[in-house]
Ligand binder design. Structure first.
Ligand SMILES: [Zn+2]
Length: 139
C-alpha cells in the first residue's frame, strides 16, 4: 500500500559519491568542490535548509533518481558524511521531536539542573537558618 517512491535507492550516478566519513579537512574540501562541480554539470541540485537551531544543512538531490543526499560537515572529531537522506516522511516526523529534545538537552538541561541545584541549596540554607533561629529562640 505504501508508495514505492519513498524507498528509492541511489542510482549509479550518485552512489559513487557516498561517503561514510572524511579522512581530513582537505578531503572534505576536495569532496565539496567535486560536488559543486557536479551541480554545475547538472548531476546534483543543491538544497540549503536552515533548521530550528540555525545550523545550515546542505542537501543534494540527484537529478537522475531524485534521491536526496545529506552532506554533514566535519568538525573536530566528527568525520562528517555524505549519505542518502532518510525518507521525507520519516525525517520530518522525527525531526521536530528530535530537534526539540536535542535543544533541551543541549541548552536547557544543563542550565536547568544548575538552577534546580541552586534553588535546592537556597532552600536548605533558608531552612538551616530558620531552625538555627528557632533553636536560638527556644533555648
Ligand atoms: Zn541518483
Amino acid at each position: 500500500m505504501l508508495p514505492a517512491t519513498l524507498t528509492t535507492s541511489p542510482c549509479q550516478h550518485c552512489l559513487p559519491f557516498k561517503r561514510q566519513g572524511f579522512s581530513s579537512e582537505q578531503d572534505f574540501i576536495t569532496f565539496q568542490d567535486t560536488l559543486d562541480e557536479e551541480c554545475r554539470n547538472g548531476l546534483f541540485i543543491r538544497i540549503v535548509e536552515t533548521n530550528t537551531t540555525n545550523e545550515v544543512e546542505s542537501f543534494y538531490q540527484c537529478t537522475f533518481c531524485n534521491k536526496e543526499w545529506e552532506l554533514s560537515t566535519p568538525n573536530y572529531s566528527w568525520r562528517g558524511y555524505f549519505l542518502p537522506k532518510k525518507s521525507n516522511a520519516l525525517k520530518h516526523e522525527g525531526n521536530s521531536s528530535f530537534k526539540t529534545f536535542q535543544w533541551k538537552g543541549k541548552n536547557g538541561c544543563g542550565c536547568c539542573l544548575g538552577m534546580i541545584f541552586l534553588i535546592v541549596l537556597l532552600i536548605l540554607y533558608v531552612l538551616y537558618n530558620f531552625f538555627d533561629f528557632l533553636l536560638d529562640a527556644l533555648f
